[in-house]
Design a protein around this ligand. Structure first.
Ligand code: FAD
Length: 407
């Protein structure tokens, strides 16, 4: 059965009556907004709801590059991303004051609020975003009913929960978060500039931690429109006094943790608010329900240092919106057997598992100090450094080896 559109009004005009849609998406963060754009471009009637009209200035992913760009391209968002972001192509990776290697490849830096605004702008009709809070959902294997805080209602055949780490709505539906690693990592975000007003000598830079006891994985510096952005990723007790030092005396604490950074940064200062975030690694349970599917952080959280959150949510968006949702809507019913196909998707499972694997790897590489990981850490940086040096002596050698291995 489909929701009866004869008793409804068009999505944008509806104020008090019931809105009818094929798909209701709760949460217009990156996952929900991209999903809505893909589905709406394919002709589905989508009701996208978020409690905030303007994406807030919250610290989340701030750079997009590598494999993520190919996924943005496949989904049709690469031009919009390129227009919104600040492009950079070369990132020297340094440790203990020396260059380990150089990452070469297109990347874009931008505040998360701009990234979400870009995603929302990709809706065929951006004004169709419904600014409201979804207060309750009644899900079934037929039509789903959503009640909004304003009293408005939405009827849809499928509900996509893209509510990020906010758990209240899921909790009401019996969905629980299983914490796999509490307080797994700590991240800091801030903007820096040289005190003399001159530009930095690099486009972007990554500086790795020097001592396991510091728990610093790496500091990533990259351009955004407002200046040089810094993302510091750590695996360390969030109650350690160094966290307070990083918030209050950021410049000096950064150089204390990463002494090799001084020669690259010169005399610098922090130009805006220092934001920080303590991340639990968690995955949902009780999510397999008729009429309802979870994507992005609503399904599983990610370690910011591993940088896998966006790749995971793009796989969710691509698999759900180009494969499963159109197929489910083509036949009657929205039972749990349909929904389970998405959660059993091989690409989705691989992306979710890779995210957890990378989270554990980064933590161990940063802070494990047993002999096994000590050797592994040395070999990790030595291999990168040797490969880089050989590639400098014989340019193109590395690319040839990689393409031979792929063939
Ligand atoms: C500090 C930090 C750094 C990170 N760095 C990286 C990185 O470098 N690389 C990377 O790949 N990933 C990174 N990530 C992960 C990445 O940012 C997330 O995976 C991604 O932002 C998740 O997007 P989302 O759309 O699932 O959730 P969100 O962006 O949180 O969106 C959820 C939306 O739902 C809305 N909402 C919630 N409840 C309701 C309701 N009841 N009614 C209406 N609306 C509702 C909220 O208002 C919000 O807009 C980082 C994360 C953090 C915290």
């Amino acid at each position: 059965m489909t929701a009866d559109s004869s008793v409804t009004e068009p999505i944008a005009a509806a104020e008090t009556t019931t809105i009818a849609a094929d798909i209701a998406i709760v949460g217009a963060g990156l996952a929900g907004s991209l999903a809505a754009a893909v589905l709406a471009r394919a002709g589905q009637r989508v009701a996208l709801v978020d409690k905030r009209a303007v994406p807030p200035d919250e610290f989340r992913v701030e750079k997009i590059g590598g494999h993520q760009l190919e996924m943005f391209r496949r989904l049709g968002f690469i031009d919009a991303l390129a227009a919104a972001g600040c492009q950079y192509d070369r990132v020297p990776n340094v440790r203990e004051g020396k260059v380990v290697d150089v990452s070469v490849g297109r990347a874009y830096g931008l505040p998360y609020a701009d990234l979400v605004a870009m995603a929302r702008s990709q809706l065929p009709d951006p004004s169709s975003l419904i600014v409201d809070e979804v207060a309750a959902i009644t899900a079934s294997d037929d039509v789903q009913h959503l009640v909004l805080a304003s009293g408005r209602r939405i009827d849809a055949r499928l509900v996509v929960l893209a509510t990020g780490m906010a758990g209240a709505l899921g909790y009401k539906l019996g969905i629980r978060r299983r914490v796999l690693a509490g307080r797994h990592s700590v991240s800091f975000g801030f903007t820096i500039a040289r005190r003399d007003g001159a530009p930095f000598d690099f486009e972007a830079l990554t500086c790795y931690g020097e001592r396991t006891s510091d728990g610093v994985d790496y500091l990533s510096l990259f351009p955004v429109r407002g200046g040089m952005r810094a993302n510091l990723f750590m695996f360390r007790d969030p109650t350690d006094p160094v966290m307070r030092d990083l918030r209050r005396d950021t410049e000096a604490t950064l150089l204390r943790l990463l002494p090799g950074l001084q020669s690259f940064l010169g005399d610098f200062r922090v130009t805006d608010r220092v934001q920080n975030w303590v991340m639990d690694l968690s995955v949902v349970e009780g999510h397999l329900q008729p009429g309802l599917v979870l994507i992005g952080d609503a399904f599983q959280t990610n370690c910011p240092a591993a940088g896998t959150g966006v790749a995971r949510l793009l796989v969710d968006v691509e698999r759900l919106c180009t494969e499963y949702a159109p197929r489910w809507l083509a036949t009657a019913g929205m039972g749990a057997e349909k929904i389970s196909q998405f959660y059993a998707d091989a690409d989705k499972i691989a992306a979710d598992q890779q995210s957890l694997k990378m989270a554990r790897f980064r933590q161990a590489l940063t802070s494990r100090n047993d002999i096994g990981w000590d050797v592994r850490r040395r070999l990790h940086f030595l291999r990168r450094s040797i490969t880089h040096r050989v590639d400098q002596m014989r340019p193109g050698w590395l690319a040839q080896v990689r393409s031979a291995l792929r063939a």
